[in-house]
Design a protein around this ligand. Structure first.
Ligand code: HEM
Length: 219
């Protein structure tokens, strides 16, 4: 602790970190009338951080290959120390994050905070909601269980109801006519790189906009 404090002091003397940290993090002003429902956005962000952390730990043992995916998840749950806990936290965390994002959105809708000047906050939020749902959906296939296989089958069948282009969308999402090893590889890449990467970018945009307008003041 003393070492960390000394390192911080050394950096602070050189780069004046304290005024920056105080202005942007520790002395953030929020309206007195915000209430407990104002914490859902922050909690959704906390869940995202937990998901990234537990996801990286799971990646150490997980194999995105149809012949080994199920075995690797079973290995994590039964042989890796605390593996069952990390796996459970990651699986349940996905659901909790969706619930928190929806509760955050419900508060914004209830207080009509989406109105000017916060329309683009709402728009970036809709993108974040889609990305959150996408991460949960692609992650569901990864353990390669019967349930996840049929879940992905049914969900990727839904676009076929769209006239003309529906079939193509379904083939694109499955990387072929059926759920296969190709789908697993595609969902894996989406789950660990593309969707979280996009989520980080849009969260950055979301938070910057909130900083510029300030948090709304509910009556
Ligand atoms: C991963 C998803 C999301 C995260 C991590 C997130 C995070 C946050 C945070 C930390 C705040 C500031 C505190 C607060 O008002 O709660 C905020 C504000 C806001 N968010 Fe989100 N958000 C997410 C999704 C959404 C969604 C789905 C919507 C709506 C479609 C939305 C719309 C807004 C708006 C309009 C504000 C401004 C609130 C105000 O000024 O009082 N966000 N968000």
């Amino acid at each position: 602790m003393a070492l960390l404090r000394a390192i911080y002091k050394g950096l602070d003397d050189r780069y004046q970190l304290t005024p920056f940290v105080e202005k942007n993090i520790t002395r953030k002003w929020v309206p007195r009338t915000l209430g407990w429902a104002g914490c859902f956005g922050g909690l959704a962000f906390l869940l995202f951080v937990i998901q990234v952390y537990t996801g990286i730990l799971l990646l150490i043992y997980y194999k995105p290959d149809p012949a080994r995916a199920w075995d690797s998840v079973t290995f994590i749950k039964s042989n890796v120390p605390m593996g069952w806990l990390i796996q459970r936290v990651h699986a349940v965390g996905a659901d909790v994050m969706i619930v928190l994002v929806l509760m955050h959105m419900a508060r914004i809708a209830y207080y009509k905070i989406y109105r000017s000047p916060r329309e683009l906050h709402w728009l970036s939020g809709i993108i974040l909601l889609s990305l959150t749902a996408g991460m949960a959906f692609t992650g569901y296939l990864l353990p390669w269980t019967n349930l996840s296989y049929w879940g992905a089958s049914v969900a990727t069948e839904i676009p076929t109801a769209i006239p003309v282009i529906g079939e193509q969308i379904s083939i694109w999402a499955r990387r072929g006519p059926n759920i296969s090893g190709e789908t697993l590889g595609f969902f894996f890449a989406m789950h660990i790189w593309v969707l979280p990467g996009a989520a980080v970018i849009f969260m950055g945009i979301h938070f910057t906009m909130i900083r510029r307008t300030g948090i709304s003041k509910p009556l």
